[in-house]
Design a protein around this ligand. Structure first.
Ligand code: 5CA
Ligand code: ZN
Length: 470
């Protein structure tokens, strides 16, 4: 196990995020702390999607004949589908698939719902569990067989231009979401052989984990009319003709939380972005024999104040254990801001704050009229600092090279992302993957029109990203 994997497994257990002992490979239990992180993360995404999407909820089971309808799609998933074959003791007339994703559950219904051009665009999303019988090595949150928090959006449009635009909008949505979590990303168009089964093209978000391997943390697919033709999704134009619709879909999974844990964490444990931290502020009383009750009273008031005035998630830790033990624990759990209060601080109208991101203590003035706002602002600074730090590390892991040899050499030095010019040809791309023992993540928007492929010297329009991937 690599150093990072070991750290990752340990922290999931120690911080009580998930319990991996559930007796089915690739399926885990969310524990209360993890569930809170999951909930806050979900709320952020939902708030963004709710601006112009509607939430729906489809059944888990998909009839075999629907799943099988779209040939390319089913081919892509055939090795990963779990099947329900029995109801009690009787064999079912038709096998039912546990959704690996929901195109084939949703689109037969979309075919009933879309009638007229005025029904379009339609933008739906759902948050569900999906099942994939992954054959690659499973890892908690990163590659699971039950994706517990699959956030999938599906949109339907009248024109190809609109789907092009929707892909761009979805990329913007995901950027905004990852920015709030301080997760750095690169966005690229996946090569043909790595696109979503059934899509025209796939745009993917990749981040870099601490071991230098990239993790695909989200994807946006332009589905064109492939599924519309398979599932007969048509609309009537203003002039009375029937036209096939154009579609997109995009999704995120439990990997988002894996990346937050991995990227912001350090030797002391988790470091949670304030927006999704189960507790944003922890108050630890420093109690001596004398004046204990006064300290507790002060802390209780401060807790109430921060909750009511700044709507913060605050935990007042009045357990009867050593303060040092509390510090260790909250540090490991990644609470962004800790406040320590002893009798002398109350007398001097001071507070001691400790920031998890910088691991620095500060003595601040205690002004009852301004304290909520001050701490609220500090949390904002923590978010920004965490984001900046993560981006700085990410950018250091991206290097540009001019030859295959240089790419190989760079890869032996360190993982991360390497960029260069590539012609876009599939055989040439696979040759590069073979030579450098990496995966092509994808190509970015044209930025160097007159360059040549580092492998075959043919003209190249695109900057290409390669990396060792999860
Ligand atoms: N229907 C489309 C859009 S929702 C779809 O299924 N796309 S996907 O296959 O690319 O999955 C969306 C995201 O889920 C991926 O970008 C990846 O971040 C994540 N994901 C895929 N498989 C797993 C898995 N086994 N465990 C955890 N996350 C996964
Ligand atoms: Zn080439």
């Amino acid at each position: 196990m690599s150093e990072f994997s070991e750290w990752f497994h340990n922290i999931l257990e120690e911080a009580e995020i998930i319990d991996t002992r559930y007796p089915i490979k690739g399926m885990h239990v969310w524990l209360p702390q993890g569930f809170k992180i999951r909930k806050h993360t979900l709320n952020i995404l939902k708030a963004i999607l709710d601006e112009d999407h509607e939430e729906v909820l489809f059944p888990l089971l998909i009839p075999e004949d629907e799943l099988a309808k779209e040939a390319i799609h089913v081919k892509g998933f055939e090795e990963e589908v779990y099947w329900v074959t029995h109801g009690g003791l009787s064999e079912l007339n038709e096998k039912l698939a546990l959704r690996p994703t929901s195109e084939t559950a949703m689109y037969p219904m979309f075919s009933l719902w879309v009638r007229n051009h005025s029904d379009l665009p339609m933008k739906y999303y759902q948050v569900v569990n999906t099942f994939r019988y992954e054959t690659k090595h499973t890892r908690p949150l990163i590659r699971v067989r039950e994706i517990t928090t699959f956030k999938e959006a599906h949109t339907v449009h009248a024109t190809a231009e609109e789907t092009e635009q929707q892909v761009k909008d979805a990329v913007k949505i995901y950027k905004k979401f990852f920015d709030m979590l301080g997760i750095p990303y690169s966005v690229s168009k996946r090569p043909e052989w790595d696109k979503f089964p059934g899509a025209l093209y796939t745009v993917a978000f990749d981040t870099i984990m601490p071991d230098g391997k990239t993790l695909q943390i989200g994807t946006v697919h332009n589905l064109g009319q492939t599924f519309a033709k398979t599932f007969d999704i048509t609309y009537e134009t203003a002039t009375g003709e029937h036209e096939y619709v154009y579609q997109t879909c995009y999704g995120l999974s439990d990997r988002v939380i894996a990346s937050v844990i991995g990227i912001h964490g350090d030797k002391s444990g988790l470091c949670m972005p304030p927006d999704i931290a189960p507790y944003q502020v922890v108050i630890v009383p420093i109690i001596f024999k004398k004046g204990g009750e006064e300290v507790l009273e002060f802390c209780r008031n401060l807790e109430e104040k921060l909750k009511s005035e700044a709507n913060l998630r605050v935990y007042f830790d009045d357990r009867d254990i050593r303060a040092g033990k509390k510090y260790y624990e909250w540090e490991m759990r990644g609470v962004p801001l800790r406040i320590e209060i002893g009798p002398r601080d109350i007398q001097n109208k001071k507070l001691v704050t400790y920031r998890r991101d910088t691991q620095e203590k500060e003595i601040i003035d205690y002004n009852p009229l301004a304290i909520s706002e001050t701490l609220f602002e500090t949390l904002g600074e923590i978010s920004l600092n965490m984001k900046d730090k993560a981006w700085a590390t990410f950018e250091k892991c991206i290097r540009s090279v001019d030859s295959i040899e240089e790419a190989e050499e760079e890869m032996t030095k360190a993982n991360g992302i390497i960029t260069f010019n590539w012609c876009g040809n599939e055989d040439c791309g696979k040759d590069i993957e073979e030579k450098v023992k990496v995966a092509i993540l994808g190509v970015q928007e044209p930025d160097n029109e007159n360059s040549t492929c580092i492998n075959c010297d043919k003209p190249s329009k695109h900057r290409t990203l390669i990396a060792k991937t999860y």
